[in-house]
Design a protein around this ligand. Structure first.
Ligand code: ME8
Length: 636
């Protein structure tokens, strides 16, 4: 049996997990599940990185011990993984005995090679990164290229690993294994770092106390990165459970975002080379998940409200969106309105309707799964496409091209929908002659759904199970694996089908809107952000107007009646701004007015336009102009 060992980074416990961590972990979960489908023996590692200065600092602020602090944060990760249906095999904590004993053994092995030496480190250090930056790596004015903070000059007695010694060997390895670092752009980046020359790295910190002491000099604590990287072997029981280590090492994939590729593609392989252990087969880096184009940041309040979106769309839709929407190696901007669009178009419409329609017609016209008795060339096209889709998915999965995998599956979903249309299957119940043709088409559609359920199962495990139940299959492994869809015709005619029910029901948009209103962060509301063309935008006639009169509308606590001057013309506008502006302060202000709206009567007063304002839950600020302009000037 083949084995497949996949890892995520072990995440820092200096804060609770966010959507970025979820993104990597869901992707790793998809790969783990896919390899289980293939019948591989899978080991899926995730965990937390609990040592180091940063974590010690947070614990100090909270006035608790670092261990007590980590004991509080680590479960927030496992809780999230449960919520996201992550099928990990081990959740490694670096404070565990398993890890500590493994690190000790690994560091001893490294020491014995003679590639570790004691020396003085002088260099520019970024505390949040917990690493030194060489001159070449620094940003402008000696700043950290990631945090943009000024780097600190630090001098310390440290132990060093002779990284530079492995430079040529690393270059050779990358050239000989072009798939070692994926995608290719990252591989080139690493090669150019290697070609400009490597410096030795310090592997200990004398000034930090929260960590694992070096076994050969316990006054020094191992540098958090050196210790963390070895988690990939300590989790396999490097110091004890030889069997698991022998079975799964080397890892098939180390998965991460592009921020930490250098550690995984340079330092980690060099350490492994030093102790003569095989290198991981692939280091795969994905892009950043951003919100409104900005990096996720708790302190700046830039976050993705996963809970809310999962509640609205369901977990499987959330998982689908993350992997369908973005090309894995590139950055991707998370947009709830795109999630909604995907939900409606791909899930409810394409897949949901295919299932509903097929099962509806089967249950109305047949007693159980019909028999395929009248094969023709159109059927063969669908059968052929199923085969091609299965092999396409397999080859794209090896490139972690999740968006393309899902697109390939959906091309098939859409093809089957078209098959139903082309054959007008719903019209074939009329006569006995055409009923057998109807049975054949519906049988093939159900077979297609069986194939689809297997192919989508790594991405959407619950949806796959629901489809299986509805088409009359049980939940045994025999119907879940890739093997089970190798041959067309696996469904048994005559079998009773399950109860048809919508797998992606219509969304309760009202609930979502109510939620958005109470949420701190205002997300664009999906149905209001349908894109419009430039022509549509140009239909709006926006003009600069000067307010010449303003007064409260009697018995209406929010309304003001304004007279605005548009150059050659004066207009009366009723605006709901009374709680934010006193009439007097408005006189002379220049505002932007929509002048081609149909007039409406508000409290019996005709409003002949609309004044634009920025409106939040508590705030309302009129859109004004930077400088005075002639009234009536067009705004575009
Ligand atoms: O670096 N988009 O931990 P970390 C996509 N402990 N992925 C993101 C992301 C975002 N906006 N933000 C975080 C560490 N990630 C070390 C790792 S491994 C031996 C030690 C994900 O908590 C992504 O996988 O800072 C990234 O590489 C990782 O979280 C960094 O996690």
């Amino acid at each position: 049996m083949s084995t497949f060992y996949i890892t995520t980074p072990i995440y820092y416990t200096n804060a609770e997990p966010h959507a970025g961590h979820a993104y990597t972990t869901i992707a790793a979960d998809v790969l783990a599940r896919y390899h289980r489908l293939k019948g591989d023996e899978v080991f899926f590692l995730t965990g937390v990185d609990e040592h180091g200065e940063n974590i010690q600092k947070v614990a100090d602020l909270k006035e608790i011990s670092p261990q007590a602090y980590c004991d509080q944060v680590a479960p927030t990760f496992t809780t999230l993984w449960k919520r996201l249906n992550i099928s990990y095999d081990i959740f490694l904590r670096t404070t565990s005995e398993l890890h500590k004993t493994g690190v000790t053994r690994f560091l001893n092995a490294l020491y014995e090679t003679g590639d570790i030496y004691k020396g003085k480190y002088e260099g520019y250090y970024c505390r949040p990164c917990e690493r030194f930056f060489t001159e070449k790596e620094q940003g402008v004015d000696k700043t950290c290229p990631i945090h943009k903070l000024r780097l600190e000059w630090v001098e310390e007695d440290n132990y060093f690993f002779a990284l530079s010694k492995f430079q040529d060997q690393l270059i050779k390895h990358i050239h000989e294994n072009p798939e070692f670092i994926q995608p290719a752009a990252r591989s080139n980046e690493i090669l150019s770092v290697l070609e400009t020359g490597l410096e030795d790295v310090s592997i200990s910190r004398a000034s930090v106390s929260w960590g694992i002491p070096l076994p050969f000099d316990p006054d020094h604590i191992s540098y958090v990165w050196i210790e963390a990287l070895s988690n990939y072997i300590t989790a396999l029981g490097f110091a004890g459970n030889e069997d698991r280590f022998q079975t799964f090492w080397p890892a098939d994939i180390h998965l991460m975002a592009k921020d930490i590729v250098r550690f995984h593609a340079i330092i980690w392989p060099a350490m492994l080379m030093a102790v003569d252990l095989p290198l991981p087969k692939h280091v795969v880096a994905h892009g950043w998940l951003t919100k409104d184009g900005e990096a996720l940041s708790k302190t700046r309040g830039i976050f993705i409200d996963m809970d809310a979106d999962i509640e609205t769309y369901g977990l499987d839709a959330f998982r689908y969106y993350l992997l369908r929407e973005f090309s894995f190696g590139n950055d991707g901007d998370y947009r709830p309105n795109r999630l909604q669009a995907r939900y409606n178009a791909d899930l409810a419409n394409d897949l949901g309707n295919l299932l509903n329609r097929t099962l509806g017609l089967v249950s109305k016209n047949f007693d159980g799964i019909p028999e395929p008795t009248t094969p023709d060339s159109l059927d063969n096209e669908v059968i052929q496409m199923a085969k091609e889709t299965i092999s396409k998915v397999d080859s794209l999965m090896t490139q972690s091209a999740f968006d393309m995998v899902l697109e390939a599956i959906w091309e098939f979903v859409r093809r089957v929908n078209r098959y139903i249309h082309q054959t007008q299957v719903w019209t074939l119940a009329k006569s006995e002659d055409t009923r057998s043709r109807m049975g054949t088409i519906l049988y093939n559609s159900m077979e297609a759904l069986r194939v689809i359920a297997v192919l989508i199962s790594p991405f959407m495990p619950d949806t796959a199970a629901r489809i299986r139940r509805q088409i009359g299959l049980d939940d045994s492994t025999a119907v879940r694996g890739l093997d089970s869809i190798g041959t067309w015709g696996g469904l048994q005619s005559g079998r009773t089908i399950g109860k048809p029910e919508p797998i992606f029901p219509r969304l309760d948009i009202k609930k979502r809107k109510a939620r958005d209103k109470t949420s701190d962060v205002q997300e664009p509301q999906a149905e209001e952000v349908q894109l419009i063309s430039i022509d549509e935008f140009q239909n709006l006639d926006l003009r600069v107007a000067t307010i010449t009169e303003a007064e409260k509308v009697p018995k209406a606590d929010k309304l003001l009646r304004l007279i605005v001057d548009l150059g050659g013309e004066k207009r009366q506008v009723v605006a709901g701004i009374s709680q934010h502006y006193a009439p007097d302060e408005l006189i002379g202000k220049q505002v932007v007015v929509v002048v081609n709206l149909q007039p409406v009567k508000i409290r019996g007063i005709e409003s002949q336009g609309m004044v634009l304002a920025a409106a939040g839950d508590e705030t309302l600020v009129l859109a004004t102009l930077d400088e005075h302009v002639t009234p009536g000037t067009t705004v575009r």
